[in-house]
Design a protein around this ligand. Structure first.
Ligand code: PPS
Length: 824
């Protein structure tokens, strides 16, 4: 019954575990409520409480993709004591007595503002006591009216230590009701000396509208109200501000610019995130500002800075002192020159930081009042003891205008150690001395290491975007990736197979499109290949080995790769791809499997890589193995035939790559398309998959390319499809020898030549065996394509005329080619 279990509450949202009673609601309603809370707080720790068979509540939370969801089943969700006992048991399993956090029990029909609650608990914990909520007076309460208790409808907030101490009443069958339970809890806590604190931040629905600003919860709301409220509250911040008729907070960005790179940094920031924002640049000396003539660049006229570069963490304390002293001086001057009246908030940020300004403003606006002295940013956890409550200056320090006003009066502070950074250290000491409260916020990111995370994340700023300075140009390709070492585009499509089904032609045909960029070679085989079993791909590999294989990003282009071995890859390969590119478009070309086998065989024979293909662990070429005689196609077919007679169930057939009991060589087995396609659709949605009929590539390539580029969302283009790539007589992609050729030099032949070419003679018996072998896989493929609603490739539709007429081969009959081979 567990959903997704992640241990521990994330540091960023200290200490509130939400026990949500989600029973008897429609999924849409739970989702509306849950997704509303979660819009800005993706990492709430939620315990979903349901009765036995209830699933809609769980699904509602799942739909919002909460990171930490746990499921508790209780006999009766209406009994609050029961709910709390279970939750207590669960929480105490992973939280020790020392944990200073809170548990809040709310109903799925209670709307919550989690950030506000976290903020209040952090700033004014005394307001909540050990046990609080909206108290219900005796006359309103049908049960145990003489005991003060809080209404379960608006949320019951209990400090975890009080919950642990409380002697929970045992279940009482006669009094199963929420009020009763709440009163019993109150009673239990009361005995321990803590009564409930009445708190009007827990609002009942009828007062919700008027007191919205103060409230942390509203309840009960009926389902439609939940939907309306979630639509009303924060579909986006802008809508919310519009609804509340209050202007969004005015935020000014102050960028500390390093003198040596001032020109580039200012240009880059103006070209990217600074384009639509109020940004001032502060440079320490006048020389560096000479290049611009505008008010947004402020020269501070500081004394020339010391010549120590970047190395201050390693430098000796004396040198670090000198450097730190200069930085302190600079930050102090910047703080002094900022205007406290023109903005509600000021964000101090380094010049190698990329700011997602909307997200940053969203983060700030959870602090409603700019007249409270608060500062928000990334906390330096380890250094805080030394200097004060330190925030890292790189990813940005946001301070309210009240905090700024106070900080402007700060004087000098001594440098405590070389590890307390200069400017940030000064600010920390300053904040402490004037009583500015400092909050850590995970959205200020100091190293955006995870390229993929930055795309999907809710991070508000990314520090160290480009080593050595400047905000990088964020490419406006469809799927940009930013990383502090690079910018790139995520690939949009991959041609995953099948091998020998014209993937090279497709690859280079697509490459003709003006919007398509191909990597430096066909077949990167990055996610895994037969000779490189897929390991879990890491971020560094993804960036340096994969993204770097593509040309540098330019506007509005589409990146695509082709590695036909992916199709037959194991699940791990697909998972790797899924993790980094969850909406990759997949293109698969299908060729009549017996023809495919023949083509694959003759190509490997020409390459001298038959042995390697059959023994993936051994990279040697055929010619490198003494006395190696590659098996003939007839040999291979007969071997398959004997496997089929001893092992008639195709499901048990495997190549050596996979584990299984009945061996079938990969030349043949890779034509078992249904098996592989099903595996892919176990991960990727059907809409991401496009199936090409090889027959169309041969006969109507123009139409095929038109449909394919439609699927990839490319504008109409006239592809030249005259040439045929990578034919068996004219190998372009693969080695004739050992090294693959570089992508640019791919040999093609014109179609007319191919048509004139002498066909490779294949023994009819061999072809018969192959065709017979593929009856079952083809039937499976046909069913699969039908079920998934794909167009049938021509070789399956209409059914092959002789399909049922081929006599089934009898075991032993077809051994003659084998014998012939060895007889010589
Ligand atoms: N446009 C067109 N028309 C007809 N046939 C074509 C076309 N493009 C590729 N081909 C044939 O496809 C075979 C090569 O497939 P791949 O490029 O996928 O091979 S590989 O897996 O990348 O090695 C190879 O098949 P064989 O020649 O039978 O080996 C190519 O001739």
């Amino acid at each position: 019954g567990k959903v997704r279990v992640r241990r521990g509450v994330p540091r960023e949202h200290p200490g509130v575990i939400y026990a949500v009673v989600a029973e008897g609601f429609q999924k849409a309603h739970v989702r509306a409520a849950a997704c509303t809370w979660m819009r800005f707080v993706p990492r709430l720790h939620v315990v979903v409480v349901t009765e036995k068979n209830e699933t809609s509540g769980l699904e509602g939370f799942r739909a919002c993709q909460f990171r930490a969801v746990q499921h508790v089943r209780v006999k009766n969700v209406v009994d609050v004591t029961l709910v709390l006992s279970h939750v207590r048991e669960l929480v105490s399993r992973w939280k020790s007595e020392k944990w200073r956090g809170w548990v809040i029990v709310v109903q799925a029909y209670t709307l919550v503002r989690p950030q506000k609650l976290a903020y209040l608990l952090h700033t004014r914990p005394e307001e909540f006591g050990a046990y609080s909520g909206r108290t219900v007076n005796a006359s309103q309460s049908p049960y145990l009216g003489f005991l003060p208790h809080v209404s379960h409808e608006h949320g019951i907030l209990i400090r975890f230590d009080a919950l642990l101490q409380a002697q929970m009443p045992t279940e009482d069958a006669d009094f199963r009701a929420a009020e009763f339970g709440a009163a019993m809890v109150a009673n239990a806590l009361w005995d321990d000396g803590v009564g409930p604190t009445s708190n009007d931040r827990f609002l009942s629905s009828d007062r919700a509208r008027d007191e919205e600003e103060n409230a942390v919860t509203w309840g009960p709301l009926d389902p439609d109200e939940i939907l309306a409220a979630s639509a009303r509250l924060w579909p986006t911040l802008r809508a919310r501000w519009r609804y509340e008729r209050r202007p969004p907070p005015r935020v000014t960005f102050a960028v500390l610019v390093r003198e040596s790179r001032a020109a580039d940094a200012v240009k880059d920031i103006r070209a990217t995130w600074g384009a639509r924002r109020a940004v001032s640049f502060f440079v320490g000396d006048d020389v560096a500002t000479a290049f611009v003539n505008d008010d947004s660049v402020v020269g501070l006229r500081l004394a020339p800075r010391p010549v120590i570069e970047d190395t201050f963490y390693d430098a000796s304390l004396t040198k670090a002192d000198e450097w730190n002293a200069w930085l302190r001086h600079k930050v102090k001057e910047v703080v002094r020159s900022l205007n406290t009246t023109s903005a509600d908030w000021v964000v101090l940020v380094d010049d190698d930081t990329y700011v997602e300004a909307d997200r940053l403003i969203a983060a700030i606006s959870t602090f409603p009042n700019p007249d409270e002295p608060v500062a928000v940013g990334r906390k330096f956890a380890r250094r805080s003891n030394e200097g004060g409550p330190l925030l890292g200056g790189g990813p940005g320090i946001a301070m309210s205008r009240a905090a700024l006003g106070l900080a402007q009066n700060c004087g000098n502070f001594p440098i405590i150690s070389a590890t307390v950074p200069g400017g940030d250290g000064w600010l920390g000491q300053c904040f402490r001395s004037v009583g500015v409260r400092v909050y850590g916020d995970w959205r200020f990111k100091s190293f955006p290491r995870h390229a993929y995370a930055t795309l999907q994340s809710r991070y508000a700023s990314f520090h160290r975007m480009k080593a050595g300075g400047g905000t990088p140009h964020i490419p406006s390709c469809r799927r940009p990736v930013y990383h502090w070492t690079t910018t790139a585009c995520l690939p949009h499509y991959t041609i995953i197979g099948a091998q020998k089904a014209g993937t090279t032609s497709l690859h280079y045909f697509l490459g003709q499109h003006p919007k398509v960029r191909l990597p430096w070679k066909k077949e990167l085989n990055f996610w895994g290949s037969p000779r490189k079993p897929p390991i879990d791909v890491g971020v560094r590999g993804f960036i340096f080995k994969y993204l770097k294989a593509f040309p540098p990003p330019v506007d509005e282009v589409v990146y695509g790769e082709s590695s036909p071995d992916y199709l037959v890859g194991p699940p791990r390969l697909i998972k790797n791809m899924m993790r980094f590119v969850p909406d990759m478009k997949l293109v698969v070309s299908l060729r009549e499997p017996a023809d495919r086998t023949v083509s694959a065989y003759y190509n490997k024979l020409a390459d001298g890589t038959v042995h390697r293909h059959l023994n993936v662990a051994d990279p040697r070429l055929d010619s490198e193995i003494p006395d190696y005689k590659p098996p003939t196609l007839d040999d291979l077919a007969s071997a398959v035939n004997s496997t089929l007679s001893s092992c008639p169930d195709h499901a048990r057939h495997f190549t050596m790559l996979e584990t299984g009991d009945c061996y079938v060589n990969p030349f043949v087995l890779h034509g078992y398309y249904a098996r592989y396609l099903k595996r892919w659709l176990g991960f990727y949605p059907r809409r991401n998959l496009w199936i090409v009929d090889f027959d169309d590539l041969q006969n109507s390539p123009a139409t095929l390319m038109r449909d394919l580029s439609d699927f990839l969302g490319l504008h109409a283009f006239k592809f030249s499809t005259e040439h045929v790539y990578n034919t068996r007589n004219n190998r372009g992609v693969h080695p004739i020898g050992s090294q693959p050729r570089v992508g640019g030099i791919v040999s093609t032949v014109s179609k007319s030549l191919i048509e004139k070419r002498e066909p490779t003679r294949v023994d009819s018996m061999t072809l018969g065996i192959l065709r017979y072998y593929f009856h079952r896989p083809d039937a499976e493929l046909r069913r699969f394509l039908e079920n998934e609603g794909f167009r049938m490739p021509r070789w399956l539709d209409p059914p092959r005329a002789n399909q049922n007429q081929d006599p089934p081969p009898r075991a032993g009959t077809f051994f003659w080619p084998w014998r012939r081979h060895f007889g010589r």
